[in-house]
Design a binder for this molecule. Structure first.
Ligand SMILES: *[C@@H]1O[C@H](CO)[C@@H](O)[C@H](O)[C@H]1NC(C)=O
Length: 406
């Protein structure tokens, strides 16, 4: 008997019990039990699944199997909270916020602006007491995010245990620092990221170096990697819940439910950073229209695309879509996406393109939502994404030579 038949059988048994109506005499309990078993069958057959691992490189595949086995294991989403949107909404509320003390550094950008970096030096590292060779991970948060996001704090927690150093790149205007020039950030312009990477590398040129980007941070990272090919000090990169085609992501976020749950809120977060520096932007764009925007697309049309010199918002979205750059990524990159992520619709995941570049591995789960990946009954401490992050960075730093010369 397969699982579907079993659950049908169980619901029939349920139906037979109900008319008796003998709650309290044990029948009620068997009803509950039947429901429980039916749910368990459904969960095990349709929810808990192994992720699909897409890569055309045998050596990358073996490398992941040996050193990052979590990508080949069944992902068991939290039983009471596996649906994509629910995971997306609940993850920031449920997961803990590990305490992290940063050392802030402001660096100068070529346009006269400043970029705020938050360092987690990990000077107590047992494995790497010498700071000049301590492996370093650059972390890129998502849209409107900063070093205070819980997913960033968790990645730092994982890195701390391994003895590594982390640096969080706070996009201009997101970490409370002042803007010195009328410029914020976007997913296509990689100048600030390049400056940050070269700054970190110039400080610790003997330390192994990699980067991990989440959501928009992941898009920015892929856009950078696609431009520089192998001309980067980064050894490898991890990308979580990135949108691959901005047009598809934005269309999905404009569906009424998604607009209500995510789009409207994010738009107001974007606007609040503009309000703080209104005068500075007044000459470049129409602030009234920016503040009237009711969606990310309207905001990008009135603000982001204008600030970064695109003639239309579509030009910006085309340039910001990382699927175009995947072909020329020259270092190993592991990308995790869930098929039920409303920020990154599954039909836009560049599976065929990933099969053409041996540097790329996609890990595709059926559940997990956007930066959700909750697992366990009460998922406070560690998500599936955190475990992939931890195993992958350890794999790269401790065994990386095995994939670097593919
Ligand atoms: C870690 O050590 C370096 C010097 O090796 C120092 O500049 C830095 O401030 C220290 N970080 C913390 C958080 O104490």
């Amino acid at each position: 008997m397969n699982l579907q038949e079993l659950s049908r059988e169980l619901s029939l048994c349920l139906a037979r019990q109900v008319p008796e109506g003998l709650w309290g005499s044990g029948v009620g309990w068997s009803l509950v039990l039947c429901f429980g078993v039916a749910y368990a069958c459904y969960y095990l057959s349709s929810i808990a699944k192994k992720p699909e691992l897409v890569t055309c490189s045998k050596s990358f595949h073996h490398f992941l199997q040996d050193h990052c086995p979590v990508v080949t294991e069944t992902y068991y989403p939290t039983v009471w909270c596996w649906e994509g949107r629910v995971q997306t909404l609940l993850r920031p509320l449920i997961t803990s916020r590990p305490y992290v003390q940063y050392r802030n550094e402001l660096i100068k950008a070529t346009d006269g602006g400043q970029i705020s970096l938050d360092w987690f030096d990990n000077n107590d590292s047992m494995c790497y007491p010498d700071s000049s060779t301590r492996p370093t991970i650059l972390l890129l948060p998502g849209l409107t995010g900063s070093s205070r996001e819980s997913y960033i704090l968790h990645m730092i927690q994982q890195s701390k245990e391994l003895g590594y150093r982390c640096v969080v790149f706070n996009y201009r205007g997101t970490a409370g620092e002042n803007l010195l020039t009328p410029r914020t950030y976007c997913a296509s312009n990689t100048e600030d990221l390049e400056a940050v990477i070269h700054h970190i590398h110039s400080l610790y040129s003997s330390a192994s170096f990699m980067a991990a980007g989440v959501s928009m941070g992941g898009m920015l990272l892929v856009n950078y990697l696609g431009k520089v090919d192998t001309k980067t000090p980064l050894k490898a990169a991890a990308v979580f819940s990135a949108g691959w085609n901005v047009f598809d992501s934005i269309d999905s976020l404009e569906k009424p439910v998604n607009w209500l749950l995510f789009n409207y809120y994010l738009t107001s977060c974007l606007q609040s950073s503009v309000i703080r520096h209104q005068e500075m932007f007044g000459k470049l764009c129409n602030i009234n229209l920016v503040l009237k925007a009711k969606s990310i697309r309207e905001f990008d049309k009135q603000f982001t695309s204008v600030i970064f010199g695109y003639s239309t918002v579509d030009d910006y979205y085309a340039d910001a879509s990382p699927f175009r750059r995947l072909e020329t990524v020259g270092i190993p990159v592991l990308c995790l996406n869930s098929m039920d992520d409303v920020f990154s619709p599954s039909h836009a995941i560049p599976v065929e393109m990933a099969k053409k570049n041996p540097n790329v591995a996609l890990v595709l789960t059926s559940c997990g939502g956007h930066i959700g990946f909750l697992e366990g009954l009460w998922p406070r401490k560690c998500t599936y994404m955190d475990r992939i992050f931890k195993q992958f960075v350890e794999a790269v730093f401790e065994h990386g030579s095995k994939i670097l010369n593919m």
